[in-house]
Design a protein around this ligand. Structure first.
Ligand SMILES: O=C(O)CCC(=O)C(=O)O
Ligand SMILES: [Fe+2]
Length: 270
């Protein structure tokens, strides 16, 4: 757990296991030393909340650039004047790609390392949940951990392609179901929703693979592993896409919900 205090800002845990909120800081105005503290908190906590930021698009882009190059997901339409910046809007519950537990763009051979969301206009409801996949891995029995060692699975963009009405080929990639975080060295469970974001375990039949994947998916998102964020305008939340899954709750009907989103390029999972 993070229990840090700096002269300028305060860091509080969000749950008993992961997540932190940082207050007393303006992300639009940080210096390199403050960024280093944020980086450490981020790597230790996996999800970081900054309230009352009200970032402009330029400030969002400038903060995101500190983390690396922007990652582009196929099928999504980025803002013309801000390449890499996506405006998330309410497309209705039936078309919500994100109302399921997922890793962002896990079907890419190098999925994003992290995502930064900035709340512009949020309704009552529309919470987002994150689940800690270090904890999910560590909570497995040693027998299951050993069994999964070296096993790969196919991750597929099936849900995204379907809900964006794409007729392009469905992208997919094989990744280990237990990945080692390139910066922290910790192991995290890496799975998705069978049939929607995930295909089969490598070299296994559907019948063999499905019960294991269903178990792992349910295990990944047990309440003990979850933080649920209630948004307010101006919030910025960033998460580590190498060790957390997330789920955008769609309980707000036709209400306006607008957030800006930037993802940063990541490594090939190993
Ligand atoms: O709308 C949200 O709260 C999160 C959506 C999501 O899954 C994402 O931005 O990657
Ligand atoms: Fe997502």
């Amino acid at each position: 757990m993070v229990a840090l205090k700096s002269a300028d800002f305060e860091i509080q845990p969000l749950t008993g296991g992961f997540g932190a909120s940082i207050s007393g800081i303006r992300l639009g105005e940080i210096d390199d030393a403050e960024f280093e503290v944020i980086r450490k908190v981020f790597l230790a906590s996996s999800v970081v909340v900054f309230s009352e930021q009200f970032l402009s698009k330029d400030e969002h882009v400038a903060f995101a650039k500190r983390w690396g190059e922007f990652s582009i997901t196929p099928f999504l339409n980025y803002l013309e004047d801000y390449p890499g910046l996506l405006c998330l809007e309410n497309k209705g519950k039936a078309r919500s790609v994100t109302e399921n537990w997922h890793y962002d763009s896990s079907f890419q051979s190098e999925p994003p390392s992290l995502t930064i969301l900035s709340a512009q206009d949020v309704p009552a409801g529309g919470d987002t949940m994150w689940s800690d996949q270090y904890k999910a891995f560590e909570a497995l029995s040693s027998g299951m951990q050993d069994m999964l060692s070296g096993v790969r699975a196919e991750f597929r963009g099936t849900r995204l392609a379907r809900l964006t009405n794409s007729d392009k080929p469905i992208p997919s990639a094989f990744h280990p179901v237990v990945r080692t975080h390139p910066e922290t060295g910790r192991k995290a469970l890496f799975v998705g929703l069978p049939g929607e974001t995930m295909g089969c375990l490598e070299s296994m039949t559907d019948a063999e693979s499905l019960p294991i994947l269903k178990f792992l998916y349910e295990h990944s998102v047990l309440p003990d592993h979850v933080y649920r964020h209630r948004w307010r305008n101006g919030d910025v939340v960033m998460w580590d896409n190498r060790c957390t899954m997330h789920y955008a709750v769609h309980d707000y009907g036709d209400a306006v919900r607008e957030l800006h989103r930037i993802t940063i390029k990541g490594d090939k999972p190993v």
